[in-house]
Design a protein around this ligand. Structure first.
Ligand code: GRG
Length: 298
């Protein structure tokens, strides 16, 4: 089936359960979370904005289907991974000081940093609660896998933050960081879906590995879009990753290549003042030159 149809099918199954979980929060948090998920505007009026692509919950349902189970049984797994994902987004926007997410103002910029952190924390606890309350025989294993994924996510994010302060990052380090930051939760989504769908330990392990690799690919596409993506589609300003000197994989690979383009790019990345429009165009060109045309074609 076309991806669009699969996502619509997944949303129809997951959205009511996700909403019910968030509605169980105390009113003040429900208000902020409702804004983050796009259900309401800043004042709490119905909004109907996009709550994101729902990739992780869709993968959980598809993994349950792939092992011959009923995707409906995997709805708690799908809700839990989506809650953790949104927890990480709320915190990530605070750490990066980003002003927009999913084409709307970020939670911290509307309600304050404290609210964004606290609601993020509440979503994480809710994720564990949803798994525990499912009554599924594999819920304890699912909670352990989800906790491991959160720790990997934190480790990946910590590495990403540390990279910002370092002049040189190796490509292998960048890959490890992305495995944690993005791969772990996509892997967990697939593993939990397979687990709740009644898969064997081998199937759960293999689908988990698949999800991790898919997560790596997904992160690289996200990195490429951060440089060459259409700002209307990505919801980020043009060249925002370059302006913040982000050590994303294309930049790291380009900087690591021993070439005049890499040295010129290094000088731009070390510059403390904001880069002009011409500098940003040049930086994108240098990443393309030093990293190989494959980046922009990808
Ligand atoms: C709070 C668990 C936790 C960790 C704190 C902030 C942080 C450490 C980790 C950040 C992890 C992060 C934001 C990784 C980026 C992964 C990524 C590509 C996110 C975008 O995912 P999409 O495109 O988002 O699936 P939508 O909007 O579609 O849901």
């Amino acid at each position: 089936r076309p991806a669009r149809e699969v996502v619509a099918w997944s949303r129809a199954l997951v959205a009511p359960a996700l909403r019910a979980a968030v509605d169980s929060l105390p009113e003040s948090m429900r208000h902020v979370a409702g804004y983050h998920f796009g259900w309401t505007d800043e004042e709490g009026r119905p909004a109907g904005a996009s709550g994101g692509k729902a990739i992780r919950p869709t993968l959980a349902l598809l993994a349950a289907d792939a092992v011959g189970g009923d995707p409906v049984d995997a709805v708690p797994a799908a809700v839990a991974v989506e809650l953790v994902h949104n927890f990480s987004l709320l915190h990530d926007d605070v750490m990066d000081g980003d002003l927009t997410r999913r084409h709307r103002r970020t939670v911290w910029s509307v309600f304050g940093v404290g609210q964004a952190i606290l609601v993020g924390d509440a979503l994480a606890s809710l994720a564990v609660d949803v798994l525990a309350a499912s009554g599924h025989p594999a819920s304890t294993e699912a909670i352990r896998r989800l906790s491991a994924a959160v720790i990997a996510l934190v480790e990946g994010q910590a590495a990403d933050l540390a990279f910002e302060k370092r002049p040189h990052v190796a490509v292998a380090e960048c890959l490890r960081m992305a495995e944690g930051k993005t791969g772990a939760l996509l892997g967990c989504a697939c593993a939990l879906g397979a687990l709740f769908g009644g898969g064997t330990p081998g199937q759960v392990g293999r689908l988990g590995d698949f999800g991790e690799r898919l997560g790596l690919a997904f992160q690289f596409v996200d990195d490429l879009l951060g440089i060459w993506g259409d700002p209307v589609q990505t919801g980020k300003p043009v060249f925002s990753d370059l302006q913040s000197r982000k050590k994303s994989l294309p930049a790291v690979a380009a900087l690591a290549s021993d070439s005049p383009a890499a040295r010129e790019l290094g000088a731009l990345y070390r510059r403390e003042q904001p880069l002009s429009g011409t500098d940003l165009d040049r930086a994108a060109e240098l990443i393309d030159l030093a990293g190989g045309r494959a980046w922009s074609r990808a």
